[in-house]
Write a protein that binds this ligand. Structure first.
Ligand code: GLC
Ligand code: GLC
Length: 625
């Protein structure tokens, strides 16, 4: 195409229209470093678009002016992070996640929890979406009506900035969501689109009739079928609009470069409020093409890289974390220093539960053997559960190697975790059960899924076991706050109409004050669990081998026992028995290892020459004696 601008044309155009503010030497240096990448991604997606040069120049200027407005403290952080780009792989990292209203009422209330966060050892706090959102139904805040206003029930933008600063000074990095695939239908852009303003209609994907929606739906999957079938909802005027998730969450049209530029502005605005880790929500869905699943298309990656290049220029301290809860090959496709250096680890999360249900660690072992090695400078977030449902996202072809049929196995797991399988320990609930496709996911707090309500002893051991894996794996461990004191499911969500339609609310309870009150009393279930977790957290923070990202699977020769090695900086060997029976590993397994090691968890010598005996649901962290 003749109208594709060359790199030098684009560079000349951008430099001819600099906004004076922000183009200081530091910005210019980063511009020179990252503009080539920005140009490459932007032109691969938008070349040929009439607004190409204008939007590109505006996006860069937005980064420049946003950098100019950045506080001295954040600029100091920029320098510190540039000097130490792998800061988030430190063994002292520990994340926590909570809803502002449910955990602490308001942002000020979150600040009052600081002593507890420090007691726990948090260095990263993910506050669930806290922006202006529709009153009643907002998908827990994931329907954003303004990226620049805090939900008035929770506080103000000034409160958020204050909190971010207070956290930072105590060594805790604030994480918030960038819900950039969609806005709520009450966002100003959405209202203006609905009112017929062409500029804003182009921000969304609106269709006059069902012709194209029907064609797209031949290959897209249904995410929230309880809410609406397919990927589109009908507007009052009869037209159809793309809505992957709830009917009030309208997907943005990233084929329009103005949308990219506008959302880059919102992103940089958040960065300047003091956000250090930006959770990139629903990354897989941002680009659509007819005849494809409209998930994880190449353009989705390009757009993330373009956002990242702008972030490096305008807010270098902030890093992206991807939320891609998809096939494991796709999960890793987002993980790259130039894209999202941090990612959820949904495979290990789901397979931990899978292994507890089956008492068979082989699929989990396979994940540790093959799928935990990331590009340099990248890290997983290791978690036991999140605010979302659990889907069984393992690779069917890898399960088949073990003689496991993916579809049948998922049906078994769903039945097991919602208590429909005889003898199951779990007390979860189904989510978005789709009788038409047979698809289903599960919900429940960690304690409830682990059956702690039925059998506290075994429940505590299961919860500790899963956390021992998350804390020892490579990356950042992330706790769902409340889990550390064994909070159970909250069935009262059924009494609140806006929540009753979405069973994820069963595992998003209010802060369990009574359980927290018992946390130092080891005569209570909460106290036992808390003491166990605190012990593991303290060990992780004190053990350099848990820093960095090196990890190797260690085949134990016993299908019930997971093994892996954190080989660097002293090294630690991790073994976990996923079964309810004692397991013995024979001494030949340990041929190459020193005969005597120290179990950090049990604080005792282990003579590997005698083999290793693991009690039911037991685990060890072995370090050189
Ligand atoms: C992400 C969130 C989920 C939300 C969806 C739509 O997957 O984790 O809670 O429903 O995006 O924003
Ligand atoms: C789907 C999406 C995931 C989202 C979840 C919410 O699984 O792939 O991104 O978090 O739905 O339930």
């Amino acid at each position: 195409m003749s109208d594709v601008p060359s790199f030098s044309d684009a560079l000349a155009h951008v430099l001819a229209h600099p906004q004076a503010a922000g183009w200081d030497a530091a910005f210019r240096r980063r511009f020179d470093t990252y503009f080539p990448a920005l140009f490459a991604e932007f032109s691969a997606v938008y070349a040929g678009h009439p607004a190409f040069l204008r939007e590109l120049a505006e996006a860069v200027n937005c980064a420049a002016s946003s950098y100019a407005e950045r506080s001295a403290e954040l600029k100091a952080l920029d320098a510190a992070r540039e000097a130490e780009p792998n800061w988030f792989t430190d063994e002292r990292m520990l994340g926590g996640v909570c809803y502002v209203d449910r955990y602490a009422g308001t942002l000020k209330g979150v600040e009052d929890q600081l002593p507890y966060f420090e007691e726990l050892g948090l260095t990263y706090l993910h506050l669930m979406p806290l922006f202006r959102a529709p009153e009643e139904n907002s998908d827990g805040g994931y329907a954003v009506s303004s990226y620049r206003e805090v939900n008035p029930k929770l506080g103000t933008m000034a409160d958020l900035e204050h909190l971010a600063g207070t956290l930072r000074r105590r060594g805790i990095s604030l994480t918030v969501d960038f819900v950039f695939n969609h806005t709520s239908n009450e966002h100003e852009w959405a209202r203006r689109a609905l009112a017929g303003e062409k500029t804003y209609e182009d921000y969304y994907l609106v269709f006059p009739d069902r012709t194209l929606p029907d064609q797209y739906e031949r290959t897209t999957r249904e995410i929230f079928p309880d809410d609406h079938p397919g990927s589109f909802v009908q507007l009052p005027d009869g037209r159809w609009i793309w809505a992957t998730f709830y009917h009030f969450q309208w997907d943005l049209n990233y084929a329009n470069p103005a949308v990219f530029r506008a959302m880059a502005g919102e992103m940089l605005f958040l960065a300047n409020r003091g956000v250090e880790i930006l959770r990139m929500d629903a990354v897989a869905f941002i680009w659509k093409r007819l005849g494809t699943p409209c998930e994880s298309l190449p353009e989705a990656h390009r757009l993330l890289r373009a956002f990242n290049a702008l972030c490096r220029m305008g807010a270098p301290a902030m890093v992206f974390k991807s939320e891609a809860i998809v096939h494991p090959d796709e999960v890793v496709s987002y993980i790259d220093r130039a894209e999202c250096p941090i990612s959820y680890n949904p495979l290990v999360m789901a397979l931990g539960w899978e292994a507890l249900a089956t008492r068979d660690a082989r699929l989990l072992q396979q994940a540790f053997d093959r799928r935990q090695q990331l590009p340099p400078g990248c890290a997983f977030v290791n978690y036991v559960r999140s605010h979302d449902d659990i889907g069984w996202t393992f690779a069917d072809e890898e399960a088949a190697e073990l003689g496991i049929h993916g579809g049948d196995h998922r049906r078994f797991l769903n039945g097991f975790f919602v208590g429909r399988f005889p003898g199951s320990f779990a007390q979860g609930e189904p989510f978005q059960e789709n009788p038409r496709t047979g698809d289903c996911r599960i919900t429940g707090t960690t304690a409830s899924l682990a059956g702690l309500g039925r059998d506290p002893d075994a429940g505590i051991r299961r919860v500790l076991l899963l956390h021992s894996v998350a804390l020892a794996a490579a990356g950042i461990p992330l706790l769902y706050l409340g889990d550390e004191v064994g909070q159970l499911n909250d069935p009262t969500y059924l009494d609140r109409p806006a929540e009753a339609v979405d069973s994820r609310w069963v595992h998003r309870p209010f802060r369990p004050d009574a359980l927290y009150g018992q946390r130092h009393d080891e005569g209570t279930v909460a106290g036992r669990l808390y003491a166990g977790l605190r012990h593991l957290i303290a060990l992780r923070k004190a053990t350099p081998a848990f820093g960095g990202t090196a990890l190797r699977g260690f085949w134990t020769g016993n299908r019930h026992v997971l093994g892996f090695h954190r080989p660097e900086r002293g090294g630690v060997l991790v073994f976990a028995n996923l079964s309810d029976e004692t397991q013995v590993l024979s001494p030949e397994r340990f041929g190459a290892l020193p005969s005597s090691m120290r179990d950090l968890v049990g604080e005792e010598q282990v003579i590997l020459g005698d083999g290793l005996t693991l009690p039911p649901l037991g685990f060890v962290w072995l370090a050189p004696a």
